[in-house]
Design a protein around this ligand. Structure first.
Ligand code: AMP
Length: 417
């Protein structure tokens, strides 16, 4: 177990061998306002927390040689338009991932579907490829893709643009934090594919700047997250503006709770395909860091951040304010950090993620909601500076590391009684 006592010892040997990392100086230790402990406004966040036994945060990654997935199909077997096929190959995709292999033939048949898959499994292409194929062959077809966060919606649009290069497909991105007028301008150009978050899509429907009466396919990505975030009323009203004889595709990390009930009410005879992997067991070393007093907490974090093996890191904290303060404290200690949370504009969030991707910073401090959908391949550490609300949230958080055959590291801060 990674305890308060050995944390300092390990870090001090590591810091001496890495000259570029900020070394913890005595003057950093008790700077007022830089404690990074529980902050005002965190009360509501704390009330939402369910008890998770500390033992669930500790596990050694099992370094099993993963047998390469042998796909049943090749991309050429899917009868996709040759331009789409060329774009897929240009992106460097040689073979379909399991979710693509299993779902693309079903979606191509026009069936409704619920795909149970974690982030990072290639689910975007699983729905985007057959969808784009349909749109460029049936000129009267229209589609909508909904995602829980702006970042995810933006990433989906980028992928769709890459897959539909040279196909003349017009798209519009409808997300909060961006100019309504620009979106209205894009909608006037009659895009055949609209991608967005439920709140902004509903705003456009209410303002009658968007009509969904011609929708032939609707996709809901990370449906479980959308429900967690309280989008069900918006989604229900968006569905009521669409024809019922559409194709509907859901993607979700789980089928728990109310999910199945909603899926059934919004779809017809949906096929279920599951390729869920247990990200926590396989590829992430998980441990806890105990701290005794609030003032000690940020020093423990500092120790972790100067460890030799640390690469890009996402640190989760509870509230917009605590994220803001923690990021400031880290920057003042010499770390290259930025932050994303709900008070940041879309442009600021996009810039922070770009800075992380392009190695300008190596620490991103984030709230759960803002971090959803971030696709940065080489995250070495996820640090839960505050405990996640549920074990499900924990799985989502630590799933940001240990991707693409790498072993990741996850640390969860716990207060010692
Ligand atoms: P997603 O789950 O759609 O966010 O995809 C996760 C990552 O895997 C993205 O960086 C994709 O570009 C990449 N990816 C998706 N499908 C494939 C594939 N068949 N071959 C290689 N990379 C892929």
């Amino acid at each position: 177990m990674y305890t308060a006592n050995n944390a300092g010892a390990r870090a001090s040997t590591r810091s001496s061998s890495r000259s570029s990392a900020p070394v913890r100086l005595p003057s950093d230790r008790r700077r007022p306002g830089n404690t990074g402990g529980q902050l005002r406004g965190a009360g509501r966040a704390l009330r939402n927390k369910k008890f998770i036994h500390p033992s669930k945060f500790i596990k050694t990654a099992t370094v099993t040689e993963k047998s390469e997935y042998v796909s049943v199909n090749t991309f050429s077997d899917f009868s996709l338009d040759s331009r789409i096929l060329a774009n897929v190959l240009a992106k460097g995709y040689n073979n379909p991932s399991p979710i693509q292999d299993k779902t693309i033939p079903i979606v191509m048949q026009g069936r409704d579907l619920i795909g149970i898959a974690n982030t990072g499994t290639g689910k975007t292409a699983a729905f985007a490829l057959p969808l784009i194929h349909d749109l460029i062959h049936a000129m009267d077809h229209h589609a909508i893709i909904m995602a829980p966060t702006r970042e995810l919606a933006q990433q989906i649009q980028e992928e769709c643009l890459a897959f539909s290069k040279n196909c003349g497909l017009r798209t519009a991105l409808l997300i909060g934090g961006a100019s309504m007028n620009m979106q209205i301008r894009d909608l006037r150009r009659n895009p055949r594919l609209v991608i967005g978050t439920p709140g902004r899509i509903k705003d456009h429907l209410q303002q009658r700047t968007l009509s969904l009466s011609g929708i032939t396919t609707a996709v809901l990505d990370e449906f479980d997250r959308m429900l967690d975030m309280g989008f069900i009323r918006d989604i229900t009203s968006i569905f009521s503006a669409m024809p019922t004889n559409r194709q509907t595709l859901f993607f979700s990390a789980t089928m728990e709770g109310e999910i199945e009930k909603h899926v059934r009410s919004f779809s017809h005879d949906a096929v279920t395909v599951s390729v869920r992997e247990n990200v926590t067991v396989d590829s992430v070393n998980q441990d806890v860091v105990y701290y005794r007093a609030r003032e000690e907490k940020i020093d423990k974090l500092h120790d972790l951040l100067i460890a030799k093996n640390r690469g890009k890191t996402i640190i989760f904290d509870d509230t917009k304010h605590s994220v803001e303060r923690l990021c400031k404290a880290l920057v003042s200690r010499g770390f290259k950090a930025d932050r994303i949370h709900g008070n940041k504009s879309q442009a600021q969030r996009t810039r922070a993620i770009k800075r992380l991707k392009e190695n300008e910073i190596d620490i991103l401090v984030a709230t759960d909601v803002a971090a959803r959908g971030i696709d940065v391949a080489d995250i070495s550490h996820v640090i839960n500076y505050s405990q996640p609300n549920t074990y499900e949230d924990y799985v989502h958080r630590i799933g940001r590391t240990g991707r693409a055959g790498n072993t990741g590291n996850a640390y969860t801060f716990l207060e010692k009684e």
